[in-house]
Design a protein around this ligand. Structure first.
Ligand SMILES: Cc1cc2nc3c(=O)[nH]c(=O)nc-3n(C[C@H](O)[C@H](O)[C@H](O)COP(=O)(O)O)c2cc1C
Ligand SMILES: CCCCC(=O)C(=O)O
Length: 364
């Protein structure tokens, strides 16, 4: 195949090189995969309203998140088990993110250890947390992240139980023994019905009782700012604000958890309006083009995170593939800003996009 020119080309290459079990794991969503398709399709139903005759000879995409400077509002989402995609795993991803001057969120279920990633290169990194029934293990991981210079905790709140991913069940997906938990926990858990081993591991470990009141526990064990990942409604956005978290990530976990939850781009504005700028609102799900990033920014996201395309870049070309994926999105965003008359991120406003329901409102 010719050199990839967009994220979709990287997807095709990755599909060709990854063993089926891993490709299915990375690409799949929950149940009917309705939301999986919607996450991408909903972007296509949004139009951009470009403004003309603006000086766009210089485009500034730089921004800050929790006070850390990024070259563009495009971050790396936490995704599990990068060594299935490439032997260098999360170390390669971390190096690529650092080279692009952006923030990587390291998954709790990484295949490289927290220490390996931290010592691989300089760069601002956040740590994604799952709360295990064995709270001591989660607490230890938070301490390790803190000790190794991670700057924030991203608490994933949409996974009290693992969503039902049917390809993984059919493939009898095998989860590896994760090095981070060596000596703490065996991930070598065999599912009783011989289905997805990952699902068995998740149900064995995840603490489904974790609720709002338990955020106090998390705050008591770390000084790091906490972001909640997986907020989709105004009700929960307000609760998040009241609970004093440092930020929100609007996310449906790449449609891998609750099928028929809304496409994230359709949930973003509801959350942004509830938060009213009091804390940063980040966004992920279905972003495959610079125009998608632009649309999310126009609807109020301060930055976006990229999930699957990063893994596809890693599978296709290792560290340089991840770098290319991030650079492609940055280049596309830069061009979109120029063609829409927005020289800086602050110039991108709600009036730069039109959604289906905007058209309905016009007619009323
Ligand atoms: C293979 C895979 C593994 C993931 N693992 C995690 C994880 O360990 N923790 C987490 O909070 N989110 C995880 N996610 C969700 C991502 O952080 C993110 O929300 C999602 O991938 C964004 O959608 P996108 O893939 O369409 O960009 C995972 C997603 C994928 C595709
Ligand atoms: C318990 C493993 C969870 C990994 C994950 O979050 C995902 O596959 O979406």
């Amino acid at each position: 195949m010719a050199d990839p020119v967009n994220l979709s080309d990287f997807h095709e290459i990755a599909k060709g090189v990854l063993p089926k079990m891993y490709y299915d794991y990375y690409s799949g969503g929950a149940e009917d995969q309705h939301t999986l398709k919607e996450n991408v399709e909903a972007f296509r139903r949004i139009n951009i309203r470009p403004r003309i005759l603006v000086d766009v000879s210089k485009i500034d995409m730089s921004t800050t998140i929790l006070g850390y400077r990024l070259s563009a509002p495009i971050m790396v989402a936490p995704t599990a088990m990068h060594q299935f995609a490439h032997p260098e795993g999360e170390v390669a991803t971390a190096r690529a993110a650092a080279a692009c001057n952006t923030i990587m969120v390291l998954s709790f279920n990484s295949t490289c250890t927290v220490e390996e990633v931290a010592s691989s290169c300089d760069g601002v990194r956040f740590f994604q947390l799952y709360v295990f029934k064995r709270r001591d293990i989660s607490a230890l991981m938070v301490q390790r992240a803190e000790r190794n210079g991670f700057k924030a905790i991203v608490l994933t709140v949409d996974t009290p139980k693992l969503g039902r991913r049917e390809a993984d069940i059919k493939n009898k997906m095998i989860a590896p023994q994760l090095k981070n938990f060596e000596g703490l926990l065996s991930t070598d858990i065999h599912s009783t019905d011989k289905g997805s081993n990952l699902a068995a591991y998740a149900s064995e470990t995840l603490d489904a009782s974790f609720s709002w009141k338990d955020l106090e526990w998390l705050r008591s064990i770390t000084k790091l700012p906490i972001l909640l990942k997986g907020v989709l409604t105004r009700e929960d956005a307000i609760k998040a604000l009241e609970s004093g978290v440092a930020g929100i990530i609007v996310s449906n976990h790449g449609a891998r958890q609750l099928d028929y939850s809304p496409a994230t781009i359709n949930a973003l504005e509801e959350v942004v309006l509830a938060v009213r700028g009091r804390i940063p609102v980040l966004f992920d799900g279905g972003l495959r083009r610079g125009t998608d990033v632009f649309k999310a920014l126009a609807l109020g996201a301060q930055a976006v995170l990229i999930g699957r395309p990063i893994i596809y870049g890693l599978a296709a070309k290792g560290e340089s593939g991840v770098r290319r994926v991030i650079e492609m999105l940055k280049d596309e965003l830069e061009l979109t800003m120029a063609l829409s008359g927005c020289p800086a991120l602050k110039d991108i406003t709600r009036s730069h996009v039109r959604l289906g329901y905007d058209r309905l409102q016009c007619k009323i």
